[in-house]
Design a protein. Structure first.
Length: 483
C-alpha cells in the first residue's frame, strides 16, 4: 500500500499542532470507531477493511515532500513540522476481525494512543472501513438472496474509481461472492477471477454461430456463451446447443460450460433455456444471468422459479446503490488526566442515539448453547468479566425494564475485540481473503434466520453491562446538572 499519511482532513493536522503547542500531544486517550445504523435496512453488517488499516498504520510516515507541502500552507510551525518528520504510531489498536457480523453501537475498532496519533488516523481509518464494511454487507445480502448459488462480482466499470473497484471487490469476496471480474484485485488478493465475453465479440464476427465456434475453440474448458445479442431463444440458445454438440462429438470434455443471459425476462428466458438445454442432453450446462441485478430482484426471480445457477452482480453491489455510505464514526471515550488515570468521556446530544458510551470497553458475544446462535452482544467496561457459571441478566439500555435472563449452561460467550497493534507494533496477521470469506459464511450462520431476512429484520440486542449503563447515566446527569 502506498503512503497515505496525508489522506486526512485538514482539521486533524490543525488539532495536532494545537495539541503539540499546548504540550498535550503525549496525553493518552481511547477512541472508539462504531456505526449507528445497519446499511440497506439489513439486520447486521460485516466487518471489513482491517488489513488495509494495518497497512496504512505500518506506512504512516511524513515524507520530505509531505512536510514541504504542509509548509506552503503558512500555518504550521517549524517545531511542529520537525516533530512530524519523526512521527510514528506508537499506540495500541484492538479490532473485531474481518468477516465478523457486527451490530450498531458496538466498537469495531478501539484505539489507545497519544492523542496526536489517535487524532491523525481517524479519517483514513473511517474511509477504509466504512467503504469495505458497506460493500461486504451488500454482498452478504445479495448472496443470501441467491440461496447458495454462486454470485460473481461484476462491478469494476461502474465503481467510483479504481480504489473503489479494487477494494470493493475484496470486500465483496469477504461478504460471500464466489469470484470477481476484477483482474487486478484477483492478483493483489489472490481471488478467483471469472468472465466470459461481451456482445462485441459476437458482433465482430460474420454471424453468431461463427463467434460461438471461435470462442469454444479458444476456451474449451470454460465455455460460457452470451446468447442474447440477437435473439435469445430463436438463435442464441439453439446456436449454443449446436456448439456444445460439436464439442461433444469432437471428444471435448464439457466442463464449466453454459450460457449467459444479459437482458430480457430472466424468469421466462431461463426456464425456456433450461428446457432447451435439457432436451438436447446438456443437463449439466449452467445458466448465468447478469444485468442490473440486486438482492431484491434475485429473491423475486428465485420465487418465480427462475432456472439460474450463477448471478453476475455489478453496479448495485460495487456501489451499494441503495445505501451510499456506511456511516461509521470515531469518538473519544476516555482521556488520561494529570495523574495518569484514564477518565471516561461522553458526548451528549439532543438525539439520544448520538450519546456515546463512555470509557474503555470490550464486547462479549452471547450465544445460545442449544443452537449456537447469537442471543445478544454485551458491551462492558474493559475490566469487567462475564462468568459463564453465573446467571446472566441482559437489558435493553433504551428500555431497561426489558430484560433477558440466562441461566448457566444456557449460554456461552466470546470476546470480539482482538489485539491488532501493541505499542506501535503489528501483532495480528490477517488471514487470506478466501479464509475470511469462509469465516464470514460461518458467522452469518450464527444468526437466527429472522435477522438475515432482507426486509424489516428485527434488531439484534446490543446491551450494556450494569456498570457501564450506570456510568453513562451518572455522566449524563452530571453534565446536565453542571457537576
Amino acid at each position: 500500500m502506498t503512503n497515505h499519511t496525508l489522506l486526512t482532513d485538514f482539521y486533524q493536522l490543525t488539532m495536532m499542532q494545537g495539541y503539540f503547542a499546548a504540550g498535550r500531544h503525549r496525553q493518552r486517550v481511547v477512541f472508539d470507531m462504531f456505526y449507528r445504523e445497519n446499511p440497506s435496512g439489513n439486520g447486521f453488517a460485516i466487518m471489513a477493511g482491517l488489513e488495509q488499516v494495518m497497512d496504512y498504520i505500518d506506512n504512516l510516515r511524513f515524507s520530505d515532500e509531505d512536510l514541504a507541502y504542509l509548509r506552503t500552507q503558512g500555518i504550521f510551525s517549524e517545531d511542529f513540522l520537525a516533530y512530524l518528520a519523526d512521527f510514528r504510531f506508537t499506540g495500541s489498536i484492538d479490532a473485531i476481525p474481518e468477516g465478523t457480523v457486527v451490530f450498531p453501537g458496538e466498537p469495531l475498532v478501539v484505539v489507545t494512543a497519544p492523542i496526536i496519533e489517535a487524532q491523525l488516523i481517524e479519517t483514513a481509518m473511517l474511509n477504509i472501513i466504512n467503504h469495505q464494511c458497506l460493500i461486504a454487507t451488500k454482498a452478504a445480502r445479495v448472496c443470501h438472496a441467491a440461496k447458495g448459488d454462486a454470485v460473481l462480482e461484476f462491478g469494476l466499470r461502474r465503481a467510483q474509481g479504481p480504489d473503489a473497484g479494487i477494494y470493493g471487490a475484496r470486500a465483496a469476496m469477504i461478504g460471500g461472492c464466489a469470484a470477481t471480474s476484477n483482474v487486478l484485485a484477483g492478483q493483489m488478493f489472490d481471488l478467483p477471477i471469472r468472465g466470459t465475453h461481451a456482445h462485441s465479440w459476437i458482433m465482430s464476427f460474420s454471424d453468431e454461430l461463427a463467434a460461438f465456434r471461435a470462442y469454444a475453440a479458444a476456451f474449451p474448458t470454460r465455455c460460457t456463451l452470451l446468447v442474447d445479442t440477437y435473439d435469445t431463444l430463436g438463435s442464441g440458445v439453439p446456436n449454443a446447443i449446436r456448439i456444445f454438440d460439436e464439442m461433444r462429438r469432437a471428444g471435448t470434455e464439457l466442463i464449466n460450460h453454459g450460457i449467459r443471459l444479459d437482458s430480457g425476462d430472466f424468469a421466462y428466458l431461463s426456464k425456456e433455456s433450461r428446457k432447451m438445454l435439457d432436451a438436447a442432453g446438456h443437463t449439466d450446462a449452467k445458466i448465468t444471468a447478469s444485468c442490473d441485478l440486486d438482492e431484491v430482484l434475485i429473491q423475486s426471480l428465485k420465487l418465480q422459479g427462475a432456472k439460474i445457477d450463477t448471478w453476475g452482480v455489478g453496479t448495485s453491489l460495487i456501489t451499494a446503490k441503495d445505501w451510499p455510505a456506511f456511516g461509521g464514526v470515531y469518538k473519544l471515550a476516555a482521556a488520561e488526566d494529570e495523574n495518569g488515570c484514564m477518565v471516561p468521556k461522553i458526548k451528549l446530544s439532543e438525539n439520544p442515539d448520538k450519546v456515546t458510551n463512555p470509557g474503555a470497553k470490550k464486547i462479549y458475544r452471547i450465544y445460545d448453547t442449544e443452537h449456537g446462535k447469537i442471543k445478544a452482544d454485551l458491551v462492558t467496561l474493559a475490566d469487567e468479566e462475564v462468568n459463564e457459571s453465573e446467571k446472566l441478566t441482559l437489558f435493553d439500555p433504551r428500555a431497561p425494564w426489558k430484560k433477558m435472563h440466562l441461566a448457566p449452561g444456557e449460554y456461552y460467550t466470546k470476546q470480539l475485540l482482538a489485539p491488532i497493534f501493541q505499542s506501535g507494533r503489528r501483532v495480528y496477521t490477517s488471514p487470506a481473503i478466501m479464509e475470511i470469506r469462509a469465516y464470514c459464511v460461518a458467522q452469518q450462520n450464527t444468526l437466527w434466520e429472522e435477522h438475515r431476512r432482507l426486509i424489516n429484520p428485527p434488531a439484534m440486542p446490543v446491551d450494556l453491562s450494569q456498570r457501564l449503563y450506570d456510568l453513562k447515566q451518572r455522566m449524563i446527569y452530571d453534565a446536565r446538572n453542571g457537576h
